[in-house]
Design a protein around this ligand. Structure first.
Ligand SMILES: Cc1cc2nc3c(=O)[nH]c(=O)nc-3n(C[C@H](O)[C@H](O)[C@H](O)COP(=O)(O)OP(=O)(O)OC[C@H]3O[C@@H](n4cnc5c(N)ncnc54)[C@H](O)[C@@H]3O)c2cc1C
Length: 393
C-alpha cells in the first residue's frame, strides 16, 4: 500500500471529495471558466455533501475533522477547478474572524449558517490605495446612537455580491495607525452597503471579485468583532490561518496540471515514440512531480501544526512558507505543463491553459509572494540561532 500521511478516516473523506471533484465538478470546470458566472450549482453540491462542514467544529454543525483535512479538500477540488476550490478557501477566510475573536452570541448567530453553507462569507481588507500596506486603509467607522456607521470602500473582494456576511476592517481612530483599526461583521442587506463593481479577470473567472461601497452604512454596535483598535492584529491572525487555503488551491492546480501533462505525454508521439520517452520531457515531468511533493510537505506540515494547537510566530512562518512555495510551484509547473502540450497547451480545448491562468493569482492574493518573504525573514530574524554558531570561527 502507498505511504500516506493521512489516517484511514482522513483518507476516506479525501476519497469522497476526490470522487465528487472528478464526477461532479470536473465536467463543469471549463464552462465555469468561460461563462464567468459564479457557480451556485457547485455551492449546492457542497451543501448537499456537507463539504462546508469540513471547515468547522462539531459544535457549529461541522465535521470537526481539523485543518489538514480541510486543506486536502481544497487541494482535491482545485485539481479540477480552482474556482470551486476557492469557494471552500474563502468560506474559511470569511469565518475565521468569528472563530478567533467572535463573542459566543456572534458565533451562535452566524457560524452554524456558514458551516452548512446557507450563507457564504467574505473578508474585506484591501482598498484601492492599500493592498500590501493594509494599515493605510481609509474606510472609517464611528459610533452613533448605538450603531456603527461605516464610510469608504473596499476593492478586490472575493465573493462580493454572493456573500451573506462580510468581515470588514475600518478605522475607528484614523490617527492611530495600526492601533486605530477595528473589525466588523456586515450583513449583505445592511443599509448603505452596496457592491458597486465586479472585475473581469485573467483567471478564477467563476469567482466574483468586487468593489464594496459603504455610504453611511449602519450596523448594530454588537457587530464589532473583538475590541476597538484590535482589528489589524485580527486581520493578520486570520491571514496566518487562511493563507494555507490559497496554498492548497495552488498545490491542487499544480498537481492537476502535472497529472494532465503526464497522461498527454504518454499518448502524444513525435519522432516515433511517445514524448514521455524523450529525456527532456521526462526531466520536466520529474521536476514537476518533485516540486509538487515538496510543496505538499510544507502545506501538510502546516495542517499538522494547526491541528496540534501550535500558534504564534511558528505558525505564522509555516503558513507563509506554505503559501510561498505552493504559489511559486503552481506558476512554474503550469507553465511547464503548457510547454509539454506544445501548441495544444495554448488553446482552450485543453485545460492546462486555464490551470496556468488560474495559478497566477495564488502568487498575489492573501499577501503577495514578496510579502510572504518579508514575513518569513522577519520571523527568522526574531528566532535566535546564535547557539548554532557557537565555536564557529
Ligand atoms: C482576484 C483577487 C481576489 C482578491 N481577494 C481579496 C479578498 O477577498 N479580500 C481582500 O481583502 N483582498 C483581496 N484581494 C487583494 C489582494 O490581497 C491584493 O491585491 C494584494 O495583497 C496586493 O495588494 P495590491 O494589489 O494593492 O498591490 P501593492 O501592495 O500595490 O503591491 C504592488 C507590488 O509591490 C510589491 N510590494 C508591495 N510592498 C512591498 C514591500 N514592502 N516590499 C517588497 N515588495 C512590495 C507587491 O508584492 C507587488 O508586487 C484580491 C485580489 C485579487 C486580484
Amino acid at each position: 500500500m502507498a505511504y500516506d500521511v493521512l489516517t484511514d478516516d482522513q483518507q476516506e473523506l479525501r476519497e469522497l471529495v476526490r470522487t465528487l471533484a472528478r464526477e461532479r465538478v470536473a465536467p463543469r470546470a471549463a464552462e465555469i471558466d468561460e461563462s464567468h458566472e459564479f457557480p451556485w450549482d457547485v455551492v449546492e453540491l457542497f451543501r448537499e455533501h456537507h463539504l462546508f462542514g469540513l471547515l468547522f467544529d462539531e459544535e457549529w454543525g461541522g465535521t470537526g475533522t481539523g485543518t489538514l483535512l480541510a486543506l486536502v479538500a481544497i487541494e482535491e477540488l482545485s485539481k479540477v477547478c480552482a474556482t470551486s476550490g476557492l469557494i471552500l478557501a474563502v468560506q474559511e477566510l470569511g469565518s475565521l474572524g468569528l472563530k478567533l475573536d467572535g463573542t459566543r452570541e456572534q458565533q451562535e448567530q452566524w457560524l452554524p449558517r456558514l458551516a452548512s453553507g446557507e450563507i457564504l462569507g467574505a473578508y474585506a481588507l484591501t482598498e484601492a490605495g492599500s493592498g500590501s500596506d493594509s494599515a493605510a486603509m481609509r474606510t472609517t467607522a464611528r459610533l452613533d446612537d448605538g450603531e456603527y456607521v461605516l464610510d469608504g470602500s473596499k476593492r478586490f473582494i472575493t465573493n462580493a455580491g454572493v456573500a451573506g456576511l462580510y468581515t470588514v476592517f475600518a478605522k475607528t481612530d484614523p490617527d492611530a495607525g495600526h492601533a486605530g483599526i477595528s473589525a466588523f461583521l456586515v450583513e449583505a442587506e445592511a443599509p448603505g452597503f452596496e457592491v458597486t463593481r465586479l472585475e473581469p479577470k485573467m483567471g478564477i473567472s467563476g469567482s466574483t471579485t468586487g468593489e464594496l461601497a459603504f455610504d453611511g452604512c449602519r450596523i448594530p454596535a454588537g457587530n464589532l468583532l473583538g475590541r476597538e483598535g484590535e482589528g489589524f492584529r485580527l486581520a493578520m491572525r486570520i491571514l496566518d490561518r487562511s493563507r494555507p487555503g490559497v496554498a492548497a488551491q495552488a498545490l491542487g492546480i499544480a498537481q492537476g496540471a502535472t497529472d494532465y501533462a503526464l497522461e498527454y505525454a504518454k499518448s502524444r508521439e513525435t519522432m516515433g515514440k511517445p514524448i514521455a520517452e524523450h529525456q527532456l520531457i521526462q526531466a520536466k515531468l520529474a521536476d514537476m512531480e518533485t516540486e509538487c511533493e515538496a510543496a505538499r510537505g510544507l502545506l501538510y506540515r502546516f495542517g499538522q501544526m494547526a491541528d496540534a494547537g501550535v500558534d504564534g510566530p511558528e505558525l505564522t512562518k509555516a503558513s507563509a512558507m506554505a503559501k510561498l512555495k505552493c504559489g511559486d510551484v503552481a506558476m512554474a509547473v503550469t507553465t511547464d505543463a503548457v510547454q509539454i502540450l506544445g501548441g495544444y497547451g495554448y488553446i482552450k480545448e485543453y485545460p492546462v491553459e486555464r490551470f496556468m491562468r488560474d495559478a497566477k493569482i495564488t502568487q498575489i492574493y492573501e499577501g503577495t509572494q514578496e510579502i510572504q518573504r518579508l514575513v518569513i525573514a522577519r520571523e527568522m530574524v526574531r528566532e535566535s540561532r546564535a547557539f548554532l554558531l557557537a565555536g564557529v570561527s
